[in-house]
Design a protein around this ligand. Structure first.
Ligand code: FE2
Ligand code: FE2
Length: 245
């Protein structure tokens, strides 16, 4: 029987994260993928990761009861925002952050490779994995700002000339999935970003930076996959029915 209150285990991770952004911290702490894997139900996702559903549900309910902190500002429920406002937020909060932070991480990696090489950790493999993630993201966010977001805003305004089809939306979802895969691989290569394993202060700063980058990308992709793209998808004209012979 469905509980009268509390977390519905059949709800998707994306729905749960959108309803109460404070739940995102719980998903992050147990490594439940609420952005690219946001279409999975809580029940299925816990089973796949070998997590105790009731324990995760209790933590989510505790997060719901906890009052939002006074500072920093509580995370916003973006479902109530207009598409243009949401796109502006994604650019200023996430894309600008990536453009500033990714070159800094590349520099930290270059220093760590120069100092530690491949002695006990193969930092060159980590450097290549990050370079691949960075290249994918730079192209992806550029494409969003030049093509996807302007089309989304035009669609919201009812511009009849806007060209945005479901294949484009699906391609963006596919690219998010590729980013999610690269993030998972990078975390594994970098020992789970465990600060206790840092070989020096630069390596420690690198691990901190990668951990923050991962968390920000999870929120970023969640806001696109679970809030923006479903709203845009609902505005795209359905394909005409093809008459069957
Ligand atoms: Fe984006
Ligand atoms: Fe994106």
């Amino acid at each position: 029987m469905k509980p009268t209150a509390g977390i519905d285990a059949s709800a998707t991770l994306g729905e749960l994260a959108s309803e109460r952004p404070a739940r995102i911290r719980v998903f992050e702490s147990v490594l439940l993928d609420y952005c690219c894997g946001g279409a999975s139900s809580l029940d299925d996702a816990c089973r796949e990761r070998g997590l105790d559903l009731e324990a995760v549900r209790a933590r989510l309910e505790a997060a719901d009861r906890k009052p939002a902190p006074a500072a920093p500002a509580p995370e916003r429920d973006w479902r109530s925002a207009g598409i243009e406002e949401l796109c502006d937020h994604i650019v200023s909060a996430h894309h600008d952050y990536l453009r500033e932070e990714m070159p800094r991480i590349s520099e930290l990696l270059a220093t760590v490779v120069r100092v530690h090489g491949t002695d006990c950790i193969d930092f060159e493999i980590i450097q290549r994995a990050f370079a691949s993630l960075r290249a994918t993201l730079e192209e992806h966010i550029d494409d969003e700002e030049r093509v996807l977001f302007p089309a989304c805003v035009a669609l919201e305004r009812g511009d009849a000339n806007v060209v945005l089809d479901r294949a484009t939306v699906d391609r963006h979802r596919g690219e998010h999935e590729a980013v999610g895969g690269k993030l998972t691989a990078l975390r594994a290569l970098a020992g789970g970003y465990d600060r206790a394993e840092a070989l020096c202060s630069t390596h420690g700063a690198l691990l901190d930076a990668l951990r923050v980058l991962e968390a920000d990308l999870h929120r970023h992709i969640h806001e696109e996959n679970n809030v923006l793209l479903p709203r845009v998808g609902a505005l795209i004209e359905p394909l005409p029915e093809v008459a069957r012979p």
